[in-house]
Design a protein around this ligand. Structure first.
Ligand code: NDP
Ligand code: MG
Ligand code: MG
Length: 335
């Protein structure tokens, strides 16, 4: 069993007395900086003028242009969108790093795919919460936490591992558990998980189920309930006690159907496709496509987003959620 670090196993505070610059104040940025500040650390925010800048000020932080924040600090946590990090790093971060500083990430993408090549005289590590930033903040405020991974890419000071664990404790993650990994493993498994299962796999599965019912003449509203709304209830049961707990809770009819039909839907060739997806991640084909599309004004990205937002399941869902007071309905305006 892999070693899991908790509050009581991270006793040395290598972060004490260090100034931390959190670069970016979005989903992860607001959570890391607020949690660190609540734990007594000296945090400044580095960001361009705009929405996040104003929000960070309003939340009581000292806010600076990225260069300034980096100059002042010992530890630089980069929480910009992955596709922006390379350019901001080159222009605003790298020229202002000092020997012995620490460069920190919440996802290994840019280091692993060599978009960012840091100098040898700084520590480089990652602390990656395994959950969205808003949950990282909310669970911390409630006294618990989202678990996290840590990995060290470069240990220039001899203190990088201790610093990574202290940072993980600083954002509260050791309350829930912190596990060691490598940049390669974190990056490739994170991308695979979101593409093949969590985001890409699940949305296509739900859409296909919805389309199958609607094309067979059933009401779209009923189809929405059966394949999307109930997904959360099923996932919650798996989250709490694995698949066996979910299967314990559902009817025998549902459980029998699960066994006989699951493998008709997710056939062995689906796993072959997953292997191909993993290969594209490992070879860098996926990251190249993402980075090139960003350079091209995200032409492919924005087209795919628009197409997906136009799917019937979205409009049906919007109307239904408005009718369900217990669902805290959220409306995402087309970005
Ligand atoms: P967001 O998109 O939520 O936030 C990005 C922040 O960067 C915003 O504050 C934005 O400010 C700012 N920004 C964008 N462009 C620039 C620029 N050119 N110069 C300065 N600031 C800029 O990012 P996430 O929190 O989602 O992602 C950050 C990192 O965390 C990524 O590496 C991601 O992979 C990782 N991660 C994210 C998770 C998540 O839950 N979202 C989970 C685990 C890891 P503005 O308001 O001005 O646009
Ligand atoms: Mg990810
Ligand atoms: Mg049912």
């Amino acid at each position: 069993m892999t070693k899991v670090f908790y509050d009581n196993t991270v006793t040395e505070d290598a972060l004490q007395g260090k100034k931390i610059a959190v670069i970016g104040y979005g989903s992860q940025g607001h959570a890391h900086s607020q949690n660190l500040k609540d734990n007594g650390y000296d945090v400044v925010i580095g960001i361009r003028p705009g929405k996040s800048f104003d929000q960070a000020k309003e939340d009581g932080f000292e806010v600076y242009p990225v260069e300034e924040a980096v100059k002042q600090s010992d530890v630089v946590m980069i929480l910009l969108p992955d596709e922006i990090q390379g350019q901001v790093y080159k222009e605003e971060i790298e020229p202002n790093l000092d020997e012995g500083n620490a460069l920190v990430f919440a996802h290994g993408f840019n280091i692993h795919f060599k978009v960012i090549q840091p100098p040898e005289n700084v520590d480089v590590f990652l602390v990656a919460p395994k959950g969205p930033g808003h949950l990282v903040r909310r669970t911390f405020a409630e006294g618990s936490a989202v678990p996290a991974l840590y990995a060290v890419y470069q240990d220039a000071t001899g203190k990088a591992t201790q610093l990574a664990l202290s940072y993980a404790k600083g954002i509260g993650a050791t309350r829930a558990g912190v596990i060691g990994t490598s940049f390669e493993e974190e990056t490739e498994t994170d991308l695979f998980g979101e593409q093949a299962v969590l985001c890409g796999g699940v949305t296509k599965l739900i859409q296909s189920g919805f389309e199958t019912l609607v094309e067979a003449g059933y009401q779209p509203e009923i189809a929405y309930f059966e394949v999307l709304h109930e997904m959360k209830l099923i996932v919650d049961l798996m989250y709490e006690g694995g698949m066996e707990n979910m299967r314990y809770s559902i009817s025998n009819t549902a459980e029998f159907g699960d066994y006989v039909s699951g493998e008709r839907v997710i056939t062995p060739d689906v796993k072959d496709n997953m292997k191909a997806v993993l290969k594209d991640i490992q070879t860098g084909a996926f990251s190249d496509r993402f980075i090139k599309d960003n350079e091209n004004g995200f032409e492919e990205f924005l087209r795919m987003r628009k197409e997906q937002q136009g799917h019937q399941i979205e409009s049906v869902g919007r109307d239904l959620r408005d009718m369900m007071p217990f669902v805290k309905a959220k409306s995402i305006q087309s970005k």
